[in-house]
Design a protein around this ligand. Sequence first.
Ligand code: GLN
Length: 285
Amino acid sequence: MVTRTRRQLYQRIRQRLTAANLEDAAAEAGFLLEFLLEKPLPQLLMDGDLPVAEQTVQQAERLCEQRANRYPLQYLLGTWEFYGLSLQVGEGVLIPRADTETLVDFVRFCRQGEVQTKLLDLCSGSGCIPAAIAAHLPQVTGSAVEWESAAFYYLQQNLQQYAKEMQPIQGNVLDAVFAKRFSGYDIITCNPPYLTETDMQVLQPEVTFEPETALYGGTDGLDFYRQVTVYWKDALAAGGWLVYEIGMGQEQAVAEILWQNGFSDVVQRIDAGGIVRMVAGHQKL
Ligand code: GLN
């Protein structure tokens, strides 16, 4: 049996991921080594000649195998960074994407100078949106709603860590009667499933491991915007904002839905890739 050093293990992981044609093989190898040895990469490589336990080498081989089959890196690691926070993730919950940081920036901007914010996050998933907002604004209270049990577990964990004043609620955002129980929110955020039937046929292999319920938004991807806007608009306080994440090219249609539901202003924001990623509607004061 060959003993491997840290540096050799790092190289081995990189080679396997490169051979599997993964685009960011080097970066991913770094993440995996940190995960396996529970230390930051620079520190690990400073003592790169230290031997690694055989058990760890075997675990590395198993992780590489899964990753080569396009199982998401984030699920293997069990945590992923969003807006500077380390969130818990795993099968059954949508992996937080950098695109969604657009919504957090907007809410911070809307609420700057306010001493408290009552926030409602719908289709919350991992809870990345309320966690990041609560970590950056004073006194954020309210609720985060998620229907799927597997995702709800992660929501509870992440709110417990980053947004203790936010209550996780397991419920169906498409249930009009349930929605009536909520009122007086300054901000409602929602990153619903919005992929179209066509989008679903050309998913990246990694995304096929993520829950379809978090991805598929009906034939044209707009089912949730139509229903959520109608059911939840009355949960806003006067002057409140309904803030949606949207898919590429959906801004016109979602803005139209907001106008039709009596929102007085509708604004858009682009993500770091230059795509309109957010549409928000303002209730009259
Ligand atoms: N942004 C996700 C993707 O492109 C979709 C998530 C969603 O539908 N909210 O994979």
